[in-house]
Design a binder for this molecule. Structure first.
Ligand SMILES: Nc1ncnc2c1ncn2[C@@H]1O[C@H](COP(=O)(O)OP(=O)(O)OP(=O)(O)O)[C@@H](O)[C@H]1O
Ligand SMILES: [Mg+2]
Length: 280
């Protein structure tokens, strides 16, 4: 479904991404790993067209993504949702409105300007919040939520785009282990239940191994590993992270293992009427 051919991005003399070529079939869950500066964010940002490639081609379903303009580009950015390490919510707006903002690319300019969301859109937004276990926070300003809750709001907003692809740039890098697990479980669920392709940059090897059926390792802008977690040998890890560094997997671990009771407590919703909150 996805085809990258010789995708390259230069910033001045620096080659951030160097002739990257790979295919991703629809529905795969892919982890991209590599040292800081390896080019992981630049690669994701080119797929979403936040950054344009210097050369090479990015195709999705036979369409050349790298040459889209205007409405076609906005449609692609709707189909290809992205979440970030720092969540990128509007902190002073309530959670529900932040989630509804995910619909903007589906609507006319007039209804967007007037901030008119339909009943169906509001029901959909509450459903997305319920799915992520944060419907109780619907009317709170987004900036008052914990990091883990904010990332779940960002995922709910991405779901409102009804995307074909979800790109995640270090989605758990700012989170504690419990919230990291909740967020990664949510991404897995979206991948498995909705068939949405998930491509996520990760700085922890164990998370990539646990959650991703395919791992792409980058070093100095190039792909130096592309395979299943079981093929990620010590030699492959050394090539990705640099043979000069003795990499213990525990060094890059967030140790996502938590007591089940703590996880239940975090996601429990008690007796709560979310649709009433949304004025429905
Ligand atoms: N807008 C930019 N202008 C100049 N150089 C940039 C720009 N964006 C990225 N770079 C450079 O490109 C290289 C790759 O950066 P990128 O952010 O893609 O790496 P990364 O693998 O995501 O790193 P990290 O793990 O730290 O997030 C780095 O050397 C970076 O300094
Ligand atoms: Mg990055």
């Amino acid at each position: 479904m996805f085809q990258l051919s010789n995708v390259t991005r230069q910033f001045g003399k620096k080659t951030a991404v160097n002739s990257v070529t790979f295919d991703i079939p629809q529905g795969q869950m892919v982890g991209i790993i590599g040292r800081s500066g390896a080019g992981k964010s630049t690669l994701l940002r080119m797929i979403n067209r936040l950054v344009d490639p210097s050369c090479g081609s990015i195709e999705f379903g036979g369409i050349e993504v790298s040459s889209l303009r205007g409405t076609a580009l906005r449609n692609w950015q709707r189909d290809c949702a992205m979440i970030f390490q720092q969540f990128n919510l509007v902190p002073r707006l309530d959670v529900l409105t932040n989630v509804l903002l995910g619909r903007l690319n589906h609507r006319s300019t007039v209804s967007s300007i007037l901030n008119l969301f339909t009943r169906d859109e509001r029901i959909m937004a509450i459903g997305a919040l319920e799915r992520l276990g944060i419907e109780q926070s619907a009317l709170q300003p987004a900036g008052t939520l914990s990091g883990g809750q904010q990332q779940r709001v960002a995922i709910a907003r991405a779901l409102m785009q009804q995307p074909k692809v979800l790109l995640a740039d270090e989605p758990i890098a700012s989170l504690d282990p419990l919230n990291a697990k909740i967020v990664m479980d949510a991404l897995r669920d979206i991948n498995e239940r909705d068939g949405i392709t998930v491509v996520t940059n990760l700085h922890t090897l164990d998370t990539a191994r646990n959650y991703c059926e395919r791992i792409i390792g980058m070093a100095h802008g190039r792909v130096v590993f592309d395979g299943e977690p079981k093929d990620l040998t010590a030699a492959a890890v050394a090539e990705i992270y640099g043979a000069d560094t003795a990499i213990e997997e525990s060094m890059t671990s967030t140790s996502i293992s938590i007591p089940a009771a703590a996880a239940r407590e975090e996601t429990a919703s008690a007796s709560f009427k979310p649709l009433a909150l949304a004025g429905l």
